[in-house]
Design a protein around this ligand. Sequence first.
Ligand SMILES: *Cc1c(COP(=O)(O)O)cnc(C)c1O
Length: 466
Amino acid sequence: MNDLKKDLVFFVDLVRAFLEEEKKQPITKAIPPKEVGHKIDVKLNEHATNEEEFQIILKKLILNSPKSATKLFYNQLYGGRQSKALIGDFLSALLNNSMATYKIAGPQVNIEKEVLDSIISIANFGKKASGTFPTGGSMSNFMSLIMARDKFNPGSITKGVEKKLIVYTSVNSHYSVSKNVSFSGVGRDNIRYVGANNKGQIDVKLLKSQIKKDIKNGLKPFYLNATAGTTVLCAFDPIEKLIPICKKYDIWLHVDGAFGGTAIFSKKYSKLLKGVGQADSFCFNAHKTLGAPISTSVLIVKNKEHLNRSFNNEASYLYQTHDNDYNLGQTSFECGRRNNALKFWCLWKSVGKKGIEKIVDKNFYLADFARKYIKSNKNYKLYSFEKTLSVCFNYKNFDPVDLCTKLYEKNKLMVGFGKFKETTFVRLVTINSENTEGDIINFFKVLEKFTLENPELVKKISSNEE
Ligand SMILES: *Cc1c(COP(=O)(O)O)cnc(C)c1O
């Protein structure tokens, strides 16, 4: 039973079948959760399942799972598939090196350090910088918050949080900020949600006046979470304007680039992150816009002392050889940690930085293309802005929430809706660089055809301006 060589033959067959299925049926027929058990034998039993039956069940499970790499998947901020990155991920599982120490991970440590150093250099983070591969953007944000807390209130490591620490973030920032603030012991009442301008960027004036008010009240502003690519509108907070404020008031500036941070790879679009080199920490997700598998998250920190102070640990049962610079468990949250760097390295090594830049530029190009389509068609109303990867719109007077849900239930399209200020809309995100102009047009055609053929199925909104 436990025979990898034999299983690999089945595995390759299964992958082939899946790739064919992706072409034939890009949208998997949705199964209501309570019916899964009737369709697929997911039940675990006391006794072994015979090999042939096991393969049949597994195949059924795989072919009935939602497909995230097809040209009709726009539901999340990730999509598509870079095959070299996927191979790297498969190999990480095969090697199964935990990234905690050099003794167990060997050259894989150099792989992680090489990716991080290359990013540190691109982001202009300087010689004292370091980084890590956290499990995702939420965790990257968390780690940055903990480092800031420990910098301004070192006693929080041993005695717990004492000072009245205040966190700033925009109303449009990712929901992980509020969870993280509660985990950190700072407490959600100490978050100041700063309003945004009409493009979704943090309002710098409001931020300044809030900071002054808090200081006047004897509180300690210590952490600003700025976003490079907000989750809904893909708005970029003006980092350059935030730097002097953070310097003046001694505030840790973290740039959450989980969605849009990969723009640093592009000559044309890195301007959106101008000033990032002066932030204290910066993160992005290569699994969102670059087509690497989940999760490929990078966090870099201006001064590695902070990573060490907050995350290092004594453990004689773990750290038995080598310099701690090569024992990456000294700067990570986890103990046993998956090798998430190898897939990014495989992608980068194969296409070069130039290739990654092309991926980024293509995504922005596809967003421009989609916005042009919308602007040229009077049945659409556009809600998003240039130089973003979010294309937010409404079509005719269809209710966007119901439209997205019906498109999903009828197996036509995977796309989500978003909300900004008082308006809800369909959010098309161009995160799959493998898509072509034709695929983007097809997205709209599928949506238009669906509403045409099912005019009564989708709810209408009354408050439409048309
Ligand atoms: C997606 C996203 C996150 C969370 O990243 P995960 O890897 O899903 O945890 C954080 N911030 C922003 C702006 C995001 O878009």
